[in-house]
Design a protein around this ligand. Structure first.
Ligand SMILES: [Fe+2]
Ligand SMILES: [Fe+2]
Length: 155
């Protein structure tokens, strides 16, 4: 049981860092993009920042409830290469695709946690399912944005 809890804490710590990095990426991408069409994307990311921050906090709190420790900043290592600022700040498709990739990464990882929690920890499972639903909503929204660009031959 103790070994399994350790494993779960590690999965939750990874989820915590994913949320923190997403907050960083969404802040920059809610500011950098230029152009009329960038406005919608910027506003949408601004809203998501608060949600992702809430997710990070929930993961942190659950780590503590399971007798783990929320990691310090020195343990952070970045991995969202796809959400770095594009060469041109009018390149909105780059941002949209990056967001879809980040959300997909979160969805995959959270599905893994939900599965891991089966018959073990229904409270964590319940929390992660709710967060998973948020991420699916985020991804669906940006898939819709991408669809519009594709219809116009811009993506
Ligand atoms: Fe999130
Ligand atoms: Fe998200």
């Amino acid at each position: 049981m103790a070994a399994e809890r350790e494993q779960l804490i590690e999965l939750l710590q990874q989820a915590y860092w994913m949320e923190i990095e997403t907050v960083m990426s969404y802040i920059s991408n809610s500011i950098n993009p230029d152009g009329v069409r960038a406005q919608e994307i910027r506003e949408s990311l601004q809203e998501d920042i608060q949600e992702e921050l809430g997710h990070a906090t929930q993961f942190g709190e659950r780590i503590k409830e399971l007798y783990g420790v929320v990691p310090g900043s020195l343990e952070f290592s970045a991995s969202q290469s796809y959400l770095q600022p594009p060469e041109h700040q009018t390149d909105i498709v780059h941002v949209i695709k990056g967001v879809i990739e980040a959300e997909t990464g979160a969805i995959d990882h959270y599905n893994r946690i939900v599965e891991f929690c089966d018959d073990k920890d229904l409270v964590t499972q319940d929390m992660v399912i709710a967060i998973l639903r948020d991420e699916e909503g985020h991804r669906r929204l940006f898939e819709g944005f991408l669809r519009e660009y594709k219809a116009e031959g811009l993506a």
